[in-house]
Design a binder for this molecule. Sequence first.
Ligand SMILES: *Cc1c(COP(=O)(O)O)cnc(C)c1O
Length: 369
Amino acid sequence: MPKAQETVLEINLNALKNNFGYLKSKLNTNTKFMAVVKAFAYGSDACEIAHFLQNQNVDYFAVAFVSEGVALRKAGITKPILVLHPQAINFKTLIEHCLEPSLYNPKILNEFITVASAENQVHYPVHIKFNTGLNRLGFSKNEMDLIAERLKETTAIKIKSIFSHLAASEDLNEKEFTLNQIEKFKTIAKNVTEKLGYKPMLHICNTSGILNYPEAHFDMVRSGIGLYGFGNSEKENKNFTPIGTLKTIISQIHTINKGESIGYNRAHITHETLKSATLPIGHADGIGRQYGKGKGYVTINNQKAPILGNVCMDMIMVNVTNIDCNEGDEVILFGPKNTAETLAETANTISYELITSISQRVKRIFVRT
Ligand SMILES: *Cc1c(COP(=O)(O)O)cnc(C)c1O
């Protein structure tokens, strides 16, 4: 790879292919795979990632919001796209772009039927979400009759799938809770199927669900974080490769005397002579202030350089006192070796938050290594 000459997020499509292959190897051949590409494919690039996976014969895509689905359609994605959290104001746009809504309460069910009918739709595919314990979005099981009633009154929609979402699939201490969610889902699915008289697809597993609950794969699984290279456990991380490497360069090196300060608010006071490197990446690029003051670090020539003082909007200063380095040298924030998960932990957060925070002004580069 050529060395970075500015801040870039390098995205390795071969790693994506391997992660996808590993997840698929956990499934029966007839289990469908939904690639979750919400939030710019977890901070990478939804259109590029979706194109790549579409060519790899993925079955389905999921996004959070209608605008994300529209962007995929405009980029030429033709596979079905589930919109996990649509808002009624966008239903007409959703239908125009053949996106498929998740409907999660009576209000949004009614609103969608109204718009679909007004648009003269017949059997428009929708997905019904049930709450089995996450308590975020979803019908409760005692709303099944209501759904069945509404469906008898209209031909505008047809239920393509019934799904739910696990609250703690990565946490084996919560196995009992998760098994209970799966049991609830089975009961709901059975009842709904009986009431409808046809059998929609069933799905409940996210990445950690795929890995930890093979008995719950049903007709389809939904994976995000695994595709991007994180297995949510030490054991599983070994089977994945993070697809993103966030790189930058050293803009300037300073020698700072004892008693001086570094950065805004003088948040770091030097106790002895120190060598600092200033890097062109800051909180506006996704490295939040919580990584400052010695918590987070970058890697320069294979050595750790902790962040000094406060993170600025467009820059950070790091401690390179004991590192042999020069202005212009490449700097790694995270990648397959020094992972986003490890960096995220320094600020008490998780890989998901760090990688989805990398802002749009960071240039994306695609490689196959
Ligand atoms: C984001 C999301 C997923 C993907 O979860 P991962 O842990 O990233 O695999 C699956 N299902 C729903 C409903 C989601 O919101």
